[in-house]
Design a protein around this ligand. Structure first.
Ligand code: ADP
Ligand code: ASP
Ligand code: MG
Length: 420
C-alpha cells in the first residue's frame, strides 16, 4: 500500500461538478489500495475575490486579518470535497492547516512552513480515511492563522509528502504538465517528460505559475519526486526530479514571463560609497523585495542612476519611499515604469554553452523589442522589456531556440560559439 499526496488546484475544484469529478478520481485511487492525503486550493477566483473584499474596507487591510480571511477559501473547498466523498459512501476527514499540524513562521501573507506535526494525519489514515488538507495555510507560534503566498497550496502538498515520506507528490492542474513555455501563451509549447529541480526552481521563480517555487525547493531538499498532471485528462505528466542522464540536455529548456513587477529609477544620486545602502535600507525596512538592480553613470560627472524592479503591489509605496529620500541626496529625480515584464530563458545547458545571451538579444532586436534591463545566473538570462511585447517575446524566443523540437540524440541545440 503506497502513501500518495495529491494536490488539486483552483480550476480543478471550481464548482460542484468538478469537485465530484475529483472525488471520484481520488476514490478510484483509494480502491486501488493507496492511502491518500489530498491537498486542495480555494476554488478558482476565490482568493482574488477575498482579497478584493478586504481592500473594499481599506486600502491597506491588516495582514493578520487578511490571512484569516484568505484561509477561508481553502476551508470551503475541503469541506465541500469531504461532503462529496461522504455522499459517495466513503470516509474522509477535512483538516485546516492548524488541524493538520502545519507550523509556519509569523510572516502573514508569505509565511514559510517550519514544521509539520504529522500525528493527526497519520491517525486518520490508519482509520482508513482519506485525509483532505486545506492548502496555502498554517499557524504560527502564537496560534495565528498564516498563509504561504499566492500559489502556496503546491508547497503545502510537497511539504506534507516530505513529512509523511510519501513516495510521490502529484500536483493536478489545468494543463498536462510542465511545458517549455506557458501553453496558454505559446501554442507551440511542448510538454517536458522530466525536468530537474534546479531548472524547475528557476522556471517557477521566474514566473511559470504551474508550481509554487517553494514547493520545488522542498522537493529538492527532501528528495520528493513531484509529478505535474492534468486533472481533466489521463495523459502522462511531467516528473520533477534530480538531474539525471535520461533528461533532455537542452541548452534552453524553458521560457517564462512575469508581469507582476514595476521598475523604479532614481537619477543623479552621488556616485560614492554608501549611497546604494542609503537607497535600499528603507526599502528593505518596508519588507519590499527588490529583484533586478542596475546602477550606471548618469550624464553628470560624479552622479549615477539606480534602477530596480519591485513587485507591482509595492510599486506606489516604493516611489513614495524614494521620493522622501530624494531631498537628502541632492538634485535627484524619481521616475517609475509599471508597464514592464520580465522574460527569462532557463536551461542547465547554459552552463557549458556560450552564445545563448547573444542569441536572445538578437532575437528580441529583430522584433524591435527594446531591452531595458538584463540579469543573468548560471542557468538563466532575464530581460526586462515593455509589457506589451511579452507574448511576442515568448513566442519568438521559443522559435529561436527551437523548443518545440525534441532534438534527436539527447537534444542539444547547436549554438554558435561567441567570439572571444
Ligand atoms: P492551479 O490552480 O492548478 O494551481 P495555476 O494557475 O497556479 O494552477 O498554474 C497552472 C497554469 O500555469 C497553467 O494554466 C499555465 O497557464 C501556467 N503556466 C505558466 N508557465 C507554464 C509552464 N511552463 N508549463 C505549464 N504551465 C504553465
Ligand atoms: N488559493 C491560493 C491562491 O489562489 C493558493 C493556491 O491556489 O495555491 O493563490
Ligand atoms: Mg497554482
Amino acid at each position: 500500500m503506497a502513501l500518495v499526496v495529491q494536490k488539486y488546484g483552483g480550476t480543478s475544484v471550481a464548482d460542484a461538478k468538478r469537485i465530484n469529478a475529483v472525488a471520484e478520481r481520488v476514490l478510484t485511487r483509494k480502491q486501488a489500495g493507496d492511502q491518500l492525503v489530498v491537498v486542495l486550493s480555494a476554488r478558482a477566483g476565490e482568493t482574488d475575490r477575498l482579497i478584493k473584499l478586504g481592500c473594499e474596507i481599506t486600502d491597506h487591510p491588516d495582514p493578520r486579518e487578511m490571512d484569516v480571511l484568505l484561509a477561508t477559501g481553502e476551508q470551503t473547498t475541503i469541506a465541500l470535497f469531504c461532503i462529496a466523498v461522504k455522499a459517495m459512501g466513503s470516509e474522509a476527514v477535512s483538516m485546516t492547516g492548524y488541524q493538520a499540524g502545519i507550523k509556519t513562521d509569523g510572516h502573514f501573507g508569505h509565511a514559510r512552513i517550519s514544521w509539520i506535526q504529522t500525528q493527526p494525519i497519520i491517525e486518520s489514515l490508519q482509520e482508513g480515511k482519506i485525509v483532505v488538507v486545506a492548502g496555502f495555510q498554517g499557524y504560527d507560534d502564537n496560534g495565528n492563522i498564516t498563509t504561504l503566498g499566492r500559489g502556496g497550496s503546491d508547497t503545502t502538498a510537497v511539504a506534507l509528502a516530505a513529512a509523511l515520506h510519501a513516495g510521490v507528490c502529484e500536483i493536478y492542474t489545468d494543463v498536462e504538465g510542465v511545458f517549455t513555455a506557458d501553453p496558454n501563451v505559446c501554442s507551440r509549447a511542448r510538454k517536458l517528460d522530466k525536468i530537474s529541480y534546479e531548472e524547475m526552481m528557476e522556471l517557477a521563480s521566474m514566473g511559470a505559475k504551474v508550481l509554487h517555487h517553494r514547493s520545488v525547493e522542498f522537493g529538492k531538499k527532501y528528495d520528493v519526486p513531484i509529478m505535474v498532471l492534468s486533472s481533466f485528462t489521463d495523459a502522462p505528466g511531467t516528473l520533477v526530479t534530480r538531474e539525471d542522464e535520461t533528461m533532455e540536455k537542452m541548452v534552453v529548456s524553458g521560457i517564462t514571463y512575469n508581469k507582476n513587477e514595476g521598475r523604479v529609477t532614481i537619477t543623479n544620486v552621488p556616485d560614492q560609497p554608501g549611497i546604494a545602502a542609503q537607497v535600499f535600507r528603507p526599502i528593505a525596512a518596508a519588507s519590499i523585495n527588490v529583484d533586478l538592480i542596475v546602477q550606471g553613470a548618469s550624464g553628470i560627472p560624479g552622479r549615477a542612476n539606480i534602477s530596480f524592479t519591485v513587485p507591482k503591489i509595492n510599486y506606489d509605496q516604493t516611489l513614495g519611499i524614494l521620493g522622501s529620500l530624494a531631498p537628502d541626496l541632492g538634485d535627484c529625480q524619481v521616475m517609475g515604469d509599471p508597464g514592464i515584464a520580465k522574460v527569462s530563458i532557463i536551461g542547465l545547458g547554459m552552463r557549458s554553452n556560450s552564445g545563448v545571451a547573444t542569441k536572445m538579444f538578437e532575437t528580441l532586436a529583430r522584433e524591435n523589442i527594446n531591452i531595458k534591463m538584463i540579469a543573468t545566473s548560471e542557468i538563466k538570462i532575464s530581460c526586462i522589456i515593455d509589457e506589451k511585447y511579452t507574448e511576442l517575446a515568448v513566442r519568438v524566443l521559443h522559435d529561436a531556440f527551437e523548443l518545440d523540437r525534441k532534438s534527436p540524440g539527447g537534444g542539444n541545440i547547436q549554438i554558435q560559439e561567441e567570439k572571444q
